[in-house]
Every structure is written in structure tokens, then in C-alpha cells.
Design a binder for this molecule. Structure first.
Ligand code: WTA
Length: 654
């Protein structure tokens, strides 16, 4: 099917005033980086970041792929996000507009956010938390959450935020891996009108063992409901900060000092603790917020991601604050009290830049189609000027709806491709420069040498798909996998790729325009509602139900709303169940996975078989399972299959 793709040129008014104004300006920046890679990044690092001690060397590649950026410079991320804005006269400017699940709105100025951050920082110090220590933050979207991250940055403690939807087991694993000295949490989180426990899950996680490094658990009051407190370990945040000074001298850290660890799924069972630096990370957070979103002094910026994911780190906790922006922090969910919540909030707060995930757009399209009252046309969205998308490919139909019904046909959509490991945008349109093509993340951010190669690192021509790599290092790149440098090297810099960074995605460039389209992961990682899930992780969770499960294989299948859905094939230690029994066991297994990893990892489909399709050497043939999961007829070669009859059984078993 050849379809003439529509293109959308930047709106002239925006193009005229944008930070990167017009294609020639974009190309000039790319050329500057091409001519002098380190000169380019050095210039920007001096312009966007305030250094305590200026760096003299931009890049140290002597231990590649363990690159060091701005190595001899010192800085503090929280100073850059808070104090310097106040020094520039923005103390009374609103930094955060918090909207609670129930709709209450609280505004926090830069001066107030600094005071709060300093009190938490002093509180942490009083408990013995110091530079280099790790602090796990397990909290929902809140001013306290952002301030806790900033407070860690202020004292040089490395934070590791764990998404509030992860289970006790997942939280335990992360606490153990980081060796955290303290955990910051809340009594509960409130989402969609429901009160969900956080503190009780922290207790359960620590109770599972292996968390002996944790000296204190600091608990923010959210619900006010009673929770168990362990004497000598658990403290109310209010008590810890009360009486603490509202100033705190920043700890000036080296540029390479780890600002945070964030766990993400890879192709093996164990999540990876992605380690980010302070200097290089902060530079790209600020730079991409400035150029990709064209952030201006009077913008109201809303990134709907949770601070438990990288998007919430870069585009809530750091990027917009580093530029003195005003941003929304939203506690709730897009469908509560109804699926018009996002549109109502854009209208109420006069949001001008809106950044969300395709899965949210697709579910809100569905909601508007079934209930016209929540259609965006009923809201005044005229404040919007730029829209963004992140986390997974946005299909052209969803793109068009977003553009037309949310953006009123006037707002460019920046489809931003990046990853936890990249720290910030890698391939993305710039709203005042790039002509958009729905479904394409367009062109590399200036200075990012994204390319498509074959398995041995040779460039492939445009129009031909291949492996997405980044040829040169960039400041906000992953530094290592916490505690496992060998895995870092193996996962991201495999020897056959000549020192290129391996993103783990497939991609293709348009033959004419050179525009990039991401074709999906090339490893065993699924993308469900924009959340990364390793198939091995889910398989391990299933087989850990030892009384029931003998073997399990997990694959993804396309899903209209969530992008991909998790499909599990399970062999039980008892005869294959059918009918009601199969349903009951499937529910039991789903709940088990929810407990092991978190609700986001629960398989949508569970099919039972007497066996799994395997090669004669015993390898599970996942490509066949993928076809069955999709409901496709098997047309692939099955000659190496040990047990062909199993395919029929698994195909019928719905
Ligand atoms: C996918 C989220 C297509 C991709 C920031 C990547 C995308 C993974 C896009 C990273 C996009 C992210 N178009 N695919 N605009 N953005 N992805 O680490 O597969 O949670 O490797 O970071 O999401 O997911 P992560």
C-alpha cells in the first residue's frame, strides 16, 4: 500500500521566534557539532549549566565506552534548578503547579521549592546521609517527590526513584542493588479516587530481606490514614524537616558524580540500574527542554509522565526547572473523574506545552468515541502551542487526531525518540524548524550522531531497515550499569559494532527525506503502554510460582491501545486446564506476576499448553509463539521443530 504521507511545516510565527528558528538554523547546529563535536558540547555546557569550578576538558574517551564529560568541572544540579533562578529574579515565579487527584491545586514558587528542598536536604544530612550514599524514593507524583529528588542532588546523594506501581519484590530488588541508606515514601498514594498503600509495601519489601543498608524510612503524609511505623527506623518527614534551616549549602560534585540510578528492563531477567552523571545529564535535560519544546518564560509546561520513569526525571524534575520554567505536577490518572481530565487541566491551567504518551492518546480517543462529552472539542485548548509524544511509536491515525482535536491543527507535535539510557531526546523534530511527517520521529537532535547499520556496523542505505546506533558519545549518555560494568559494555557496546552505542531498536530512514522511523525493539523487550518490560523478567516471575508452573514463555502482540500486549504461554505441573479452571488459574498467575513485579507486568493473554514449541536442541521458538499470539496462521518454516503438534494446541487455546 503506497500512501502519500501528509507533511506539516512549522507554523510561521513559531518558526520565526523559536530557539532553533528554521531548518537552516538546525542544519548549522548539526554542522557545528560535525566539525567540532567537543567544541560544540563544550560551548553549550558553558551556556546552559552554571559551574562552581569550570571544566577545562570536554570529553575523556581514554577508557571508552566509559566516557567522561566535563570531568574536572564541579557543579550542583539543585543549585542549577533552584538557586540560580532565584538569583536571576525568579524567586516568586511559580515553579510547580500541583494538581491533586481530587482536583485541589497548590502552587509552589522557586523560593518555596528551594526552602523545602533545603529542609529535606538538611533532614537527610541529620540522619547521616552524605555524598555518594543512595536514597530510594518510592512515592507518587507530588511536590515532595520532586523536592526529595532535588534534596538528594543538593547533598550529592544518588537517588533512585522506583515507580509507585512496582511491587514489594521489585522494590526490594532495587533497594538491595542500590544499597540504599534511606527510603523516602508516603503513607499512601491516591490515584483515580483510590487510596493505595506505599508505606506498607516498603515494610513488606524490607521484610523480604537483603535491605540491611536501609537505616531510615522517611514517610510523607498523604492520606493521613494510620500506617505502621517501626521504632528507630521509620520517621515522619514532617518531624525530620521541622526546625531544619531553609538554606543548605550545595555539595559541589564532580561532573561525573552519579546524580541518579534508574532501573529499566533489559533482555535478561534482572533490571539494569542505569547510572547517569550530573553535568552531562543536566546539560542535555536543559538543552532538549529548550530546543525540543522551545520553552519560554511564560510557558506552562505539562509532562504527564510519572517521576518514576526517566521522562519524569528529565522533563519534570530537572529540565524545565533548570530553565526556570513553570510546570504541572499531576497526581492522578487521565480517566478520573472522567476521560476529559487532561483537556480540563489544559484549559484550567492554560497549558502551552503538553507532553504525553501515545497510549494515553489512543485510550482517550476511544473514550471520546464512546462518550462525546469527554471529547477535547468541548474544552478551550487555545493556550496550547506545542504537543509532544514519547515512549513508543505514535501511529499516524493517533497523530492526526492529536494534531487536529487537541492541537487545533496549529501545534507541531514533537515525536521524541529516546531511552532511559540516553538521558534525553535523541531523534526528534524541533518545533520551529522541522517539517513533520506523522509516525516519524524525523531527524537527530543536533550533536547526536544517530545512524542505521547492519549487524557488523556497516551503514545501511536510506530506505533499508537496520539497527539503530549512535556513533559518537554524547553528554547525557548512560555511564554504566550500577555494579555491573561488564554488562554495560556487553549490552550497549558489543564488539561487533565498532564502538557505536547500540540502542536496542530497529529503525529505517526514508529514502527521500532521511527521516527516521523506529520499527521496534530488536531484543526481548516489550513496550506496553510506553513501559519497558523484559520478557525474561515476566517469565521468571511466572516460573517463580513453583507449585503451579513448569515452564513459561512470554511474547508481545500488537494491541490497539497499549501498543503491545503481554502474551504468556504456560506449561503447568498438572494437566492442561480448560474452561473455568483455566480462567481461574490464569487469574492466579496474573496476580502472582502483579505481586512479583507490579500490575503493569500482568499478562493480558495466558494460554496453557502441554509443552512449548521447541527446536530439537530444546530452544523455545518464540517467533512461532509471536505468530500464534497475533492469531496468524503459521506459514513460517517449522522443520526444525521437535513437536509440531503443539502449535495446533496453542493456536486453538483461546
Ligand atoms: C521506545 C522512554 C518510537 C523505544 C523515554 C525505546 C519510542 C524505548 C519512542 C525506551 C518514540 C521511546 N518512537 N519508540 N518516540 N520513544 N520509544 O527507556 O523502543 O522507558 O528503546 O524511555 O521506548 O523506553 P524507556
Amino acid at each position: 500500500m503506497t500512501e502519500e504521507l501528509k507533511t506539516y511545516a512549522p507554523p510561521p510565527a513559531l518558526a520565526a521566534t523559536a530557539h532553533v528558528s528554521g531548518m537552516a538554523a538546525y542544519e548549522a547546529l548539526c554542522q557545528e557539532a560535525e566539525n567540532d563535536h567537543t567544541g560544540y558540547w563544550g560551548r553549550l555546557a558553558r551556556e546552559l549549566v552554571s559551574w562552581k569550578k569550570p571544566f577545562t576538558k570536554v570529553l575523556n574517551d581514554s577508557e571508552a565506552p566509559f566516557f567522561k564529560w566535563f570531568e574536572d568541572g564541579t557543579l550542583n544540579a539543585s543549585y542549577n534548578c533552584l538557586d540560580r533562578n532565584i538569583e536571576r529574579g525568579l524567586g516568586d515565579k511559580t515553579a510547580l503547579i500541583f494538581e491533586a487527584d481530587g482536583g485541589e491545586v497548590t502552587k509552589t514558587t522557586y523560593a518555596e521549592l528551594l526552602a523545602k528542598t533545603c529542609q529535606i536536604a538538611n533532614g537527610l544530612k541529620s540522619l547521616g546521609v552524605a555524598k555518594g550514599d543512595r536514597v530510594v524514593i518510592y512515592i507518587s507524583m507530588s511536590v515532595d517527590g520532586v523536592a526529595a529528588m532535588q534534596a538528594c542532588a543538593r547533598i550529592g546523594a544518588t537517588h533512585s526513584v522506583v515507580f509507585g506501581g512496582f511491587s514489594a519484590q521489585s522494590l526490594r530488588d532495587r533497594i538491595e542493588d542500590t544499597g540504599a541508606k534511606a527510603v523516602i515514601t508516603a503513607d499512601h498514594q491516591i490515584r483515580g479516587g483510590k487510596q493505595l498503600p506505599l508505606k506498607a509495601i516498603v515494610d513488606e519489601a524490607i521484610g523480604l530481606g537483603g535491605c540491611d543498608t536501609v537505616k531510615n524510612v522517611l514517610v510523607v503524609k498523604r492520606s493521613g490514614a494510620e500506617v505502621a511505623m517501626t521504632a528507630g527506623r521509620d520517621l515522619w518527614m514532617a518531624d525530620v524537616v521541622s526546625g531544619q534551616p531553609t538554606t543548605c549549602e550545595p555539595e559541589w560534585v564532580e561532573a561525573e558524580h552519579p546524580l541518579f540510578l534508574l532501573y529499566t528492563s533489559g533482555s535478561t531477567g534482572k533490571p539494569k540500574g542505569v547510572q547517569h552523571s550530573t553535568g552531562g545529564y543536566l546539560l542535555h535535560a536543559a538543552l532538549t527542554t529548550k530546543w525540543t519544546f522551545d520553552l519560554r518564560a511564560d510557558d506552562i509546561f505539562w509532562c504527564t509522565a510519572d517521576i518514576g520513569w526517566v521522562t519524569g526525571h528529565t522533563y519534570i524534575a530537572y529540565g524545565p526547572l533548570a530553565l526556570g520554567g513553570t510546570e504541572i505536577v499531576f497526581e492522578g490518572v487521565p480517566t478520573y473523574p472522567d476521560a476529559g481530565r487532561f483537556w480540563k487541566m489544559i484549559q484550567d491551567h492554560k497549558v502551552s506545552i503538553f507532553y504525553t504518551a501515545p497510549t494515553a492518546i489512543r485510550s482517550l480517543i476511544k473514550a471520546a468515541e464512546t462518550n462525546d462529552t469527554v471529547h477535547p472539542k468541548h474544552y478551550d485548548l487555545s493556550s496550547l502551542r506545542i504537543l509532544g509524544s514519547v515512549g513508543e511509536p505514535i501511529n499516524p491515525a493517533a497523530w492526526e487526531w492529536y494534531h487536529h482535536h487537541v492541537g487545533g491543527g496549529r501545534c507541531p507535535i514533537v515525536d521524541t525518540f529516546w531511552q532511559t539510557e540516553t538521558g534525553g531526546h535523541m531523534i526528534t523534530p524541533l518545533p520551529g524548524a522541522t517539517t513533520l511527517v506523522p509516525g516519524s520521529c524525523t531527524l537527530p537532535f543536533p550533536g547526536i550522531s544517530a545512524a542505521i547499520v547492519d549487524e557488523t556496523g556497516n551503514d545501511v542505505p536510506n530506505g533499508q531497515g537496520g539497527i539503530l546506533v549512535v556513533k559518537k558519545p554524547w553528554p547525557s549518555m548512560i555511564r554504566t550499569i550500577w555494579g555491573d560494568p561488564a554488562r554495560f559494555k556487553k549490552s550497549y557496546y558489543p564488539s561487533e559494532l565498532r564502538g557505536y552505542y547500540l540502542a536496542g531498536d530497529g529503525a529505517i530512514r526514508d529514502a527521500k527525506t532521511g527521516y527516521f522511523t523506529i520499527t521496534g525493539r530488536i531484543d526481548d523487550v516489550l513496550n506496553v503502554s510506553g513501559h519497558r518490560m523484559g520478557t525474561m523478567e515476566i517469565e521468571s516471575a511466572l516460573v517463580s510460582c513453583t507449585e503451579l508452573v513448569a515452564e513459561a514463555a512470554v511474547v508481545g502482540r500488537p494491541d490497539d491501545t497499549t501498543g503491545e500486549a503481554i502474551c504468556a504461554f504456560v506449561v503447568l505441573k498438572r494437566p492442561r486446564p480448560t474452561g473455568e479452571e483455566a480462567k481461574a488459574i490464569a487469574k492466579q498467575l496474573r496476580d502472582h506476576v502483579g505481586k512479583e513485579i507490579g500490575p503493569i507486568a500482568k499478562p493480558k493473554d495466558i494460554r496453557f499448553g502441554d509443552n512449548l514449541p521447541k527446536t530439537r536442541s530444546g530452544k523455545i521458538m518464540r517467533r512461532l509463539l509471536r505468530a500464534i499470539a497475533k492469531g496468524e496462521a503459521i506459514t513460517q518454516d517449522t522443520s526444525t521443530l521437535e513437536n509440531p503438534a503443539i502449535l495446533d494446541q496453542l493456536s486453538q487455546n483461546n
